[in-house]
Design a protein around this ligand. Structure first.
Ligand SMILES: [Zn+2]
Length: 271
């Protein structure tokens, strides 16, 4: 798995009008939003950056690292806040998973724009670390930020939900034959807890045919996440993520809940 810098292929850089508008608004705070549609060659398992991508050398810095690529291959898209020299929000779309996100490019990009938008508004965020602490930091930040992103996308008339429900239904189907993950895999439980928090907060009252099957799957494969999720959801529902002080407080509260789950101190987990 490596990155190739191909010459000759030009980047197609069209955005939907809603994304074009939002990009300009984010950039008005001073940091550009750069977008790369990263291509993937299945046979050779190589990623490539088309020529003509603005900030190509910045993207290459991240995509040239094997650890970053290992994370990237799990994602549809990602946003990296590049801080040194020339700051930029680097939004990368994973062409290797285009079969899954196919017609939902706007939804995937909009979600990553959302993370950049929150950065531009100077909300606090957990500091990234390596290993399990990094896993906790990412999901803690995401839980708080996703509340704001969902609200903003709705306000802008960008449909993220159709794609989201599709991915949740696919997760249910995929987990059909799945065994409970090994005890030492802590991050997968944190990831599942964060996803279930998103579902409980973001899909409440929404008609979704797959809800029961999804919840049943989570209860079967990850029974230990329920108390963690219930605790986080109750706290989040009584706090306002738009308020910077409460947003900061949420990071501390959510982190403690997820940490307890990750280190096996959750009551259900000890059983
Ligand atoms: Zn996110």
């Amino acid at each position: 798995m490596v990155l190739l810098l191909l010459a000759g292929r030009l980047a197609g850089q069209t955005l939907t009008p809603a994304l074009e508008t939002w990009k300009k608004e984010i950039e008005a705070a001073g940091v550009p939003v750069l977008i790369a549609r990263v291509e993937h060659d299945k046979g050779a398992n190589t990623y490539s950056l088309p020529e003509g991508v603005e900030g190509r050398e910045l993207f290459a810095e991240y995509l040239g690292q094997i650890d970053f690529l290992r994370q990237f291959e799990q994602m549809y898209g990602v946003m990296v806040h590049h801080k040194k020299d020339k700051p930029a929000y680097l939004v990368m779309l994973n062409g290797g998973r285009a079969a899954e996100w196919g017609p939902f490019e706007e939804a995937v990009l909009a979600h990553e724009f959302g993370h950049a938008w929150i950065k531009s508004k100077k909300y606090p965020a957990p500091i990234f670390q390596t290993g399990l602490a990094g896993c906790l930091a990412i999901h803690t930040g995401d839980i708080a930020q996703h509340v704001l992103i969902r609200k903003e996308l709705e306000r802008r008339g960008i449909d993220q939900r159709t794609f989201w429900l599709k991915t949740l239904d696919e997760a249910t189907a995929k987990a059909g034959a799945m065994e409970r993950p090994p005890e030492h895999d802590r991050c997968i439980r944190v990831m599942q807890a964060a996803e279930l928090v998103d579902v409980r907060l973001g899909l409440e009252g929404v008609e979704w045919a797959g809800r029961d099957a999804y919840e049943t799957m989570v209860r079967r494969v990850f029974p230990e996440v329920e108390p963690t999720v219930a605790g986080i959801v109750a706290w989040m529902k009584s706090h306002d993520m738009e308020d910077i002080a409460q947003h900061r407080q949420a990071l501390g509260v959510v982190f403690e809940h997820l940490k307890a789950l990750a280190y096996g101190r959750s009551k259900a987990y000890i059983l």
